[in-house]
Design a protein around this ligand. Structure first.
Ligand code: ZN
Ligand code: ZN
Length: 410
């Protein structure tokens, strides 16, 4: 592909600033929806590359490069960091106390800006419109929603396809794609059950919310084990259970924090209904004075890759990177809010993974059976993607995937 050669001709020259930008972003992580410095930096870069820049959804930034008649490609990177204290020991470790780019979103930003620069510099070689979208607040599932609610669809040209990538604990150099569900739908639910408090010595005067909550926790285990078809993927986790202050006081209420993961929206709806049914049933059985409060929060949609888009992108990845580099991605139990953006436009998308772990270290961990201890995953305080070749692969993947759609200019 001549166009690809033209666009990637500038790669080596650009990598130096892309690397520097990456380490700068890593040093200065910003929490979800507070990506002020990051979005300003992104804005300045996009403007200097000749993109029309729009701010959408608080700290969201979108660059549009209209380059004549042709397909419209939207590529997205997320920008936020996590409330994690960095323990990587890297020379460019976070300089912000208790905040860290522990999910690699700094890498996504640097890679997409690198791709945007390359496409802009070689705009004589291709035609169409390239949209580089930088999204805030992914970690709390709020950023894509904020951009959509701020009029994203009305403010941008309608894309033909949407693309996104994520660095994962796979060997660096690997690119992994898959059609269908690749990331689960994620639902967090806060449940508050109400009892009647009393002295710990007088349980007959109480409705004990501790016993009620314990009973709910056990009964919830039957949603996956008894109500879900064996082999169908579902997770129901009670991540927090809080009640009481003192051994001799029966408290008034208990709170539970649940996390649900699914790859199928019908199953998801059924599980959420089962949770409500079980909570209501257990409250009734214990004689609770009033129904429980059930509050959903941190909701993540399903990420299910379009088959045709994934096939087309996988084919160009394989041609560019080589067949042994491109793997089939295993579905992840993690979640993402990226799909809200293509879903808002009603356009197909694909979301792929790039490896970030030093390949030799990864192989050692595989050989010794210690991958789970020795390969820090996303959100770990020791999560430390190797810059080379992760960053250059990330830049190239965005360029190669975009050019699978943008038209070649003769
Ligand atoms: Zn994350
Ligand atoms: Zn992430």
């Amino acid at each position: 592909m001549r166009v690809l050669e033209d666009v990637l001709a500038g790669l080596e020259n650009e990598l130096e600033w892309v690397r520097r930008l990456y380490t700068d972003l890593h040093r200065r992580p910003e929490l979800s929806l507070e990506e002020h410095t990051t979005s300003k930096l992104v804005h300045e870069h996009l403007a200097s590359f000749g993109f029309d820049v729009i701010r959408i959804g608080g700290t969201g930034v979108v660059g549009v490069l209209a380059n004549g008649e042709g397909p419209v490609v939207l590529a997205r990177a997320d920008m936020d960091a996590l409330p994690v204290s960095e323990a990587t020991g890297l020379p460019y470790s976070s300089e912000v106390n208790g905040v860290m780019h522990a999910c690699g979103h700094d890498l996504h930003v640097a890679a997409l800006l690198g791709a945007a620069k390359l496409l802009s510099s070689a705009r004589g070689s291709w035609a169409g419109t390239y949209i580089a979208l930088f999204q805030p607040g992914e970690e709390i599932g709020a950023g894509a929603k904020a951009m959509v609610e701020d009029g994203l669809v009305a403010k941008l040209p309608k894309p033909d396809v949407a693309l996104a990538q994520h660095v994962m604990p796979l060997p660096a150099g690997i690119v992994a794609t898959a059609a269908g569900p690749v990331l689960s739908a994620g639902d967090s639910i806060k449940i508050t059950v109400h009892g009647a408090g009393a002295h710990g010595s007088m349980p007959h005067l109480s409705v004990d919310p501790v016993v009620l909550a314990a009973s709910i926790v056990l009964k919830l285990q039957t949603i996956v084990s008894r109500e879900t078809r064996p082999g169908e993927f579902a997770v129901v986790t009670v991540g927090a259970l809080n009640a009481g202050t003192k051994s001799n006081i029966i408290p008034e209420q208990a709170t539970l924090l649940l996390n649900v993961r699914t790859y199928d929206t019908t199953l998801r709806d059924r599980i959420l209904a089962s949770i409500e049914r079980i909570v209501a049933g257990e409250c009734a059985a214990s004689g609770a004075p009033r129904p429980a409060d059930i509050e959903p929060y941190d909701k993540f949609p399903l990420t299910s890759n379009d088959a045709a888009v994934t096939e087309r992108v996988t084919a160009v990845f394989t041609a560019h990177f080589g067949a042994d580099t491109v793997q089939r991605a295993a579905p992840q139990t993690a979640s993402e809010d990226f799909s809200r953006i293509p879903d808002a436009f009603g356009v197909p998308y694909t979301f792929w993974f790039v490896g970030g772990v030093d390949p030799a270290a990864y192989q050692r961990a595989v050989d010794t059976g210690t991958v789970s201890q020795d390969v820090p995953a996303n959100h770990s305080p020791r999560f430390a993607p190797v810059i080379d070749p992760t960053l250059t692969i990330g830049v190239q993947a965005q360029v190669v995937a975009a050019l699978a759609y943008l038209a070649a200019k003769e």
